[in-house]
Design a binder for this molecule. Structure first.
Ligand code: ATP
Length: 135
């Protein structure tokens, strides 16, 4: 089976690096599935999961948006934060979710902090579902 190199990088350094048979994730324009030999492209990502398939196994990485760059033999994902499923602290994400929900209740929709809380909520929900592999 052909493989493609994948790296997920954040300002704190690399989070994931491997050769895989298929990468799938959510671009802002919709679901994206990448196989070796894909045409070159760059796209902004949603807060979501990156699924990495190899040898009958699937690994998951949570990403908080960012960009994907695809070349025929290499996929690079650059995100402000990203965590492999195994390192996600679920309790922390649950606390972040509760904080964000509380803020959203208290604040007005047009408020800048409302948008910030909405994004924090999405990151927390994404981390919980990636950690529990409910994706
Ligand atoms: P929190 O309010 O819990 O800090 P956050 O969404 O504001 O959540 P980020 O700003 O996205 O956090 O991330 C800050 C750093 O903490 C990043 O390095 C990120 O990978 C890490 N991180 C955030 N939440 C978790 C988590 N639940 N488990 C493991 N690492 C996390």
């Amino acid at each position: 089976m052909k493989t493609i190199k994948v790296s997920v990088v954040t300002p704190d350094g690399p989070v994931y690096e491997s050769d895989v048979e298929m990468v799938s994730t959510k671009a802002q324009s919709g679901e994206l599935g990448i196989l070796p030999g894909h045409i070159p492209m760059v796209a902004p990502l949603q807060i979501g999961a990156v699924r990495l398939k190899n040898g009958g196994k699937t690994e998951y990485v949570a990403v908080s948006g960012g960009f994907i760059e695809v070349r025929p033999d290499q996929v690079s994902i650059l995100a402000q934060s990203a965590e492999s499923a195994d390192v996600i602290d679920i309790d922390r994400a649950v606390r972040a979710k509760e904080r964000a929900e509380q803020r959203l209740k208290e604040q007005q929709r047009e408020n800048v902090d409302f948008k910030r809380a909405e994004l924090a909520l999405q990151r927390a929900i994404n981390r919980i579902s990636v950690a529990e592999r409910r994706i």
